[in-house]
Write a protein that binds this ligand. Structure first.
Ligand SMILES: [Zn+2]
Length: 409
């Protein structure tokens, strides 16, 4: 609930080392570091810190004591507040969120109730052996025969809302196929494949005690005894570059090699197999952003027309959800994410949405169950647009205000 995040305890407005000496090793803080430029933002991202929010004068992140020390040693001014450690295993007010078992059963229900259009599948197993589950929805039974839109969520453990939205999209499509001619036409001419929880081990770990853990990564036990690889820094394009960390304790630890993790291997092999996939949307939280490649470099994608397609589609989708549309690296550099890889290797028009809320001050990673419905409502039109554009993403250019038809291949 909103109240929980509002109830954070301000321990200090301005950092004070002397006051921070004791007993802080397991505490988690919301940190606001003041920066003057994108170079300074990149300096923070390059220190292995997972930036959650970019403000005009600062960046915000959820951090540990060590990360706060890092910020201090880099010379940034900042303020911190301690986040509450009391918490719940999806507490009663958050029980609408799905844990792994509940997600599997929700997907099974869709497939059971709509067997004419929906089929369950698995893309593999997580490190700890949990199913990475998916659902395919299409009016045509033959797999990979129609233009395909790929949706994913839950790369990052604490981003539980990013699991609910793709699940709700699946339910919406299945529930409306028979009664809504627009949905029927879309699904009769497209395939939609949805994997809502890419990182089940992390998601379960985040809720497996009486407090949310603000966990981000998977549950890899690294060779030095630390835990976790950042799955959204573990993909192949630009692996190990800016905005990802080689330090295993970092929240943005990229892992020992590209695709070192069973979860990213599973996504890679599954997406590679979707021969007609043309568009992809990976849901994350939070900040209310529509992002497109590249993230690992400030360069635009090599094809000018593709860059225009990204921009046009991204801005169009943002007209519905009112999020801020931009090239990912305009925010800060982040190497090894899903979308850079999917576009670079497979030429899939791949987007990241950072869902609601807009900042850690309005709920952050734990906005409460009341955020699910409005966030879904804001994002169903962008999702339907993306599914529509799966047939030919370049057709987006025909609808732009400056019709650059001569650029359409
Ligand atoms: Zn994320």
């Amino acid at each position: 609930m909103l109240k929980r995040s509002v109830a954070v305890l301000f321990i200090s407005l301005i950092w004070n080392v002397a006051g921070y000496a004791r007993n802080q090793e397991n505490k988690i803080f919301s940190v606001r570091a003041f920066v003057k430029s994108s170079e300074e933002r990149n300096k923070i991202a390059n220190a292995g810190i997972a930036i959650d929010k970019v403000f005009s004068d600062s960046v915000g992140f959820i951090g540990t004591e060590d990360e706060i020390k890092k910020i201090k040693s880099l010379g940034f001014n900042f303020k911190v507040m301690e986040l509450p450690q009391r918490g719940f295993d999806f507490p009663s007010e958050d029980k609408a969120f799905h844990n792994h078992t509940e997600l599997i059963s929700a997907l099974n229900n869709i497939a059971k109730q709509h067997s004419e259009i929906a089929q369950r599948f698995s893309i593999g197993k997580s490190l700890e052996g949990r199913e990475i589950a998916g659902i395919r929805i299409s009016g045509k039974a033959k797999r990979d025969s129609l233009p395909t839109a790929v949706f994913m969520g839950g790369h990052h453990a604490r981003e539980h809302l990013s699991i609910e939205i793709p699940l709700k999209i699946a339910e919406y499509l299945a529930n409306n196929y028979q009664t809504n001619s627009r949905i029927k036409e879309l699904l009769d001419t497209r395939e939609v494949v949805i994997v809502p929880m890419v990182n089940p081990d992390g998601a379960e770990y985040d809720i497996n005690s009486d407090s949310y853990k603000y966990w981000r990564k998977n549950r890899r036990k690294n060779s030095d005894g630390t835990y976790g690889v950042d799955l959204n820094r573990n993909y192949g394009k630009g692996f190990g570059g800016a905005g990802s960390s080689s330090s295993s304790s970092s929240d943005t630890y990229h892992g020992v090699s590209a695709f070192s993790e069973p979860e990213t291997q599973a996504v890679r092999d599954w997406v590679r197999g979707r021969k007609k996939a043309t568009v992809l949307l990976s849901f994350h939280t939070f900040s209310e952003l529509v992002l497109w490649p590249f993230g690992h470099t400030n360069d635009e994608v090599p094809s000018q027309v593709d860059q225009l397609v990204f921009e046009t589609m991204g801005k169009k989708m943002a007209t519905w959800n009112k999020y801020t549309p931009q090239k990912s690296s305009a925010l800060y550099l982040a190497a090894g994410d899903t979308t850079d890889w999917a576009y670079d290797e497979l030429k899939i028009f791949a987007f990241t949405f950072e869902l609601s809320p807009d900042s850690m001050f309005s709920g952050g990673f734990y906005p409460g169950a009341t955020a699910i419905e409005p966030t879904f409502n804001a994002n169903i039109e962008p999702a339907l647009y993306l599914i529509d554009k799966a047939e030919n993403p370049y057709s987006a250019l025909k609808e732009g205000p400056n019709d650059p038809l001569q650029l359409i291949p």
